[in-house]
Design a protein around this ligand. Structure first.
Ligand code: URP
Ligand code: ZN
Ligand code: ZN
Length: 457
């Protein structure tokens, strides 16, 4: 199968130019002006942008959490991702206490197998670090699972102590892997949660009020300090607080390899959402929580000046009915997470590029090139270049869309951006040479995505 995409404006992290792209099989084979090559299909992209497929390095599909599991599996989640212009995800496999990493990896490979409609890789969440698990980290890196998520929050479930965190960091110094850190001080948060509940404070907003920005900043500082001691890079996931961003900025100014991502929810939503009437605030219960509205501009500045390198989604959807409802009389029982895999590209384009907060090149860098570089996928993914995978989003910068649970494809009964109008949306999406979204209609197939063995730093 060959494709000739004509007349679009090609945007990478470094270039913007008009040109034609020829796709032969799964890869881009030529880029030029007025290419005249026979192709099985010619796509007219005049007036549209061609972006490298979006890469979302933080998703939780089919993930058990708080007595339930995330509402999208690898089929529905990746189809929704494709609609939104994302062609690669890196999801999280979880090692539960007493289990091997290998068991966790096999479990998550089975969840994705035959279901994922786009390409996927895995980070490994380590909750129990023994000598044997350290050896397994090396084996996983060799198998292409080159990053590990550690939690400084959720004591008794996911949280690792500082000694284990340091050991894991030191190990990645030898095996070339990357540690991704959930940076919130879990012990402190637990005390605040118990205190609030004892005072009868059970509403969703207390989720945010018991997870202060300083608890995120303290853990971010500690994560970076431990990585500095181990002399390895560290990547802070889902950074939400200005105080935490200050810690990353300070470290980067000292020349340390500290990296961080934020997510659209922290750029477009705020603490005010927890004050919505009744139990509505549960829609936004996620960790870290939404912050004060002023934080949004500080995060945008961090994105523009490269103190933040990636925008991922932390897509972890739970329906209001029967799932978020588990915490209707106790906020600490509300499953943590919100949907976002489908809305990232449009939200960031509309709220970032159209407002002038970030350039078009920076948009591509944050949503595709930089996650590809940090997580060992570049230049196979993350750019439009001869030899790269033909993962291409044909994006209509003038298309107006109203975000709504009625039209989006995520399998969840609400949308945090309900009714928000955005300008700029995906038209056609190509994944390794296959048209998987054609003028807004899904034409791919469950199981069409492949597991990605990622490389090391
Ligand atoms: O609330 C969140 N973020 N849920 C997903 C799990 C995590 O910590 O990323
Ligand atoms: Zn997390
Ligand atoms: Zn997450």
């Amino acid at each position: 199968m060959s494709l000739l995409i004509k007349g679009g404006v090609i945007v990478t992290a470094s270039d913007i130019y008009q040109g034609d792209v020829f796709v032969d099989g799964e890869r881009i084979s030529a880029i030029g002006i007025d290419l005249d090559m026979p192709a099985d299909r010619v796509i007219d992209a005049a007036g549209k942008y061609l972006f490298p497929g979006g890469i979302d390095v933080h998703t939780h599909l089919d993930m058990p959490f708080g007595g339930t599991k995330s509402a999208d599996d690898f089929e529905s989640g990746t189809i929704a991702a494709a609609h939104g212009g994302t062609t690669t995800i890196v999801d999280f496999a979880i090692q539960y206490k007493g289990q091997t990493l290998h068991h966790a990896w096999e479990t998550w490979m089975q969840k994705a197998d035959g279901k994922a409609a786009i390409d996927y890789g895995f980070h490994m969440i380590i909750t129990d670090l023994s000598d044997q698990v350290e050896q397994e980290m090396d084996a996983l890196v060799r198998q292409g699972v080159t990053s590990f998520k550690l939690f400084m929050a959720y004591p008794g479930v996911f949280m690792l102590d500082d000694a284990s965190i340091l050991r894991a960091l030191l190990r990645t110094g030898k095996n070339g892997g990357t540690i991704c850190m959930h940076a919130e001080n879990g012990g402190v948060i637990d005390v605040l949660v118990q205190k609030a509940l004892a005072q009868g404070k059970t509403a969703p907003k207390y989720h945010a009020l018991t997870r202060p920005a300083r608890a995120e900043a303290e853990a971010t500082h500690r994560a970076i300090a431990l990585a500095e001691i181990a002399d390895v890079p560290v990547y802070i996931v889902h950074l939400s607080a200005a105080e935490a961003l200050e810690m990353v900025t300070e470290a980067r100014d000292r020349g340390l390899p500290a990296f961080a991502e934020t997510c659209p929810q922290y750029l477009f939503l705020s603490y005010d959402n927890y004050e919505e009437p009744g139990f509505e605030g549960a829609k936004y219960v996620m960790s870290p929580p939404l912050r004060a509205r002023e934080t949004q501009e500080q995060l945008w500045r961090g994105l523009a000046f490269n103190d933040l390198q990636v925008i991922s989604t932390d897509h972890c959807p739970f329906c209001m009915k029967e799932q978020k409802e588990l915490g209707s009389s106790d906020f600490s029982k509300i499953p943590n997470g919100a949907p976002g895999i489908e809305t990232r590209m449009s939200l960031v384009y509309d709220g970032g590029v159209r407002t002038g907060r970030i350039s078009l090149n920076r948009f591509v860098e944050l949503t595709s090139a930089s996650p590809a570089r940090i997580f060992g996928l570049f230049p196979k993914k993350g750019t439009i270049a001869p030899g790269s995978d033909a993962d291409i989003v044909i994006f209509d910068p003038e298309k107006r869309v109203t975000l709504s649970v009625k039209t989006l494809h995520m399998q969840v009964d609400y949308n945090p951006y309900e009714g928000r109008e955005v300008t700029g949306a995906t038209d056609t999406v190509i994944s390794r040479g296959r048209v998987i979204v054609d003028a807004g209609k899904f034409t791919g197939r469950a199981g069409g995505g492949a597991f990605l063995r990622r490389s090391t730093r």
